[in-house]
Design a protein around this ligand. Structure first.
Ligand code: ADP
Ligand code: MG
Length: 322
């Protein structure tokens, strides 16, 4: 019901960036190869995500706004084998409780798609519509019915920063997908499908190109790939730090420390390394806290992992830098 949805919404949706994250992840789960994000006023007025994924049938489109209406978990044990980003079926229901939502969606084999509008968790409009295969979801006037939350939002600059953080994390996790980001009719990013190196360079600028040191390591417990930036890049600001574990962005102070330790003596006082590191581990050996707002991960054998990561980065820096 609407009240339960509003309560759940408080957990899932803290700010426009949380909506962006949920919508982008849904598009990826839907197999999209091209995803467009459109914002107005730092997402406070409009957040729209358009994808070319598999779309939804009429029934699924309506169902997608019901709580716990996930199509992604078939059995309880699926929880331990998560291959999709979403699984709880709470995001759209939560968003629909606190914003004006409009959806257009069509599956490939359908002639016409579905056009829905939802307000206060209720479908207020439903028609068949001509629309491309895939899904477009617009989220307007976030927190329109919770003034306290709306007033609590930070400046456009701050909210945009949060959105860009999410956008960067997700687009770095999926260089094989084309992404674009438009804000108040400016094109902020256009990232065509590519490899990781090109994705990093198109986000952080061509100066990054000659600074990237490739990292590759494969052991029984983990595979590590990606890049660290050479120490001289670290003179700049706070650096760019990205860990992905099994394609999910995670924050890990412990692993961060391992990378810093690998730079051992190469970094100037107060400077921070940049890295884009992709770890793949057996799902059984980790516990990702998939609470919607958390990005933490626990590894079975943290110490071994720390040692491998540090040795790998140190070795690569020794080979490539100077
Ligand atoms: P979850 O992702 O946890 O399953 P959501 O509330 O995010 O829950 O989405 C509910 C359901 O709506 C999804 O399981 C999926 O079936 C459908 N859905 C949402 N977004 C899309 C999309 N962009 N393309 C296709 N289906 C979608
Ligand atoms: Mg989802």
């Amino acid at each position: 019901d609407h009240v339960a949805n509003q309560i759940a919404a408080g957990e899932v949706v803290q700010r426009p960036a949380s909506v962006v994250k949920e919508l982008l992840e849904n598009s990826i789960d839907a197999g999209a190869s091209c995803i467009k994000l459109i914002l107005k006023d730092a997402g406070k007025t409009l957040i729209q995500v358009i994808d070319d994924g598999k779309g939804m049938s009429v029934t699924d489109a309506r169902l997608s706004f019901e709580r716990h209406a996930t199509s992604k978990i078939r059995a309880a044990e699926d929880l331990f084998q998560l291959h999709t980003k979403g699984f709880r079926g709470e995001a759209l229901a939560s968003i629909a409780a606190i914003a004006h939502v409009e959806m257009k969606t069509k599956q490939e084999d359908q002639e016409l798609g579905t056009h829905l509008k939802i307000e206060g968790s209720k479908v207020t409009y439903q028609e068949m519509a001509s629309t491309p295969t895939g899904t477009s979801i617009s989220v307007k006037n976030l927190f329109y019915n919770i003034p306290a939350r709306r007033n609590f939002l930070k400046s456009d600059t701050v909210e945009t920063r949060h959105i860009i953080d999410e956008f960067q994390r997700i687009s770095l996790a999926h260089p094989e997908i084309t992404f674009s980001l438009h804000h108040n009719s400016n094109e902020v990013y256009r990232l065509s499908e590519s490899n990781l190196r090109k994705r990093v360079v198109s986000i952080f600028g061509s100066k990054m190109n000659e600074k990237l040191v490739p990292i590759e390591e494969e052991t029984e417990m983990i595979s590590i790939s990606g890049f660290v930036a050479k120490p001289e890049y670290a003179k700049k600001k706070r650096g760019e730090q990205f860990f992905f574990v099994n394609d999910r962005f995670v924050k890990s102070p412990y692993l961060h420390h391992a990378v810093v330790a690998a730079f051992d003596g190469l970094l100037e006082q107060g400077s921070h390394p940049s890295y884009f590191l992709y770890l793949k581990v057996p799902t059984k050996s980790i516990d990702i806290n998939i609470h919607p707002t958390k990005t933490e991960v626990k590894f079975d054998d943290e110490k071994a992992l720390y040692a491998i990561l540090r040795a790998t980065v140190k070795h690569s820096l020794g080979q490539y830098s100077i």
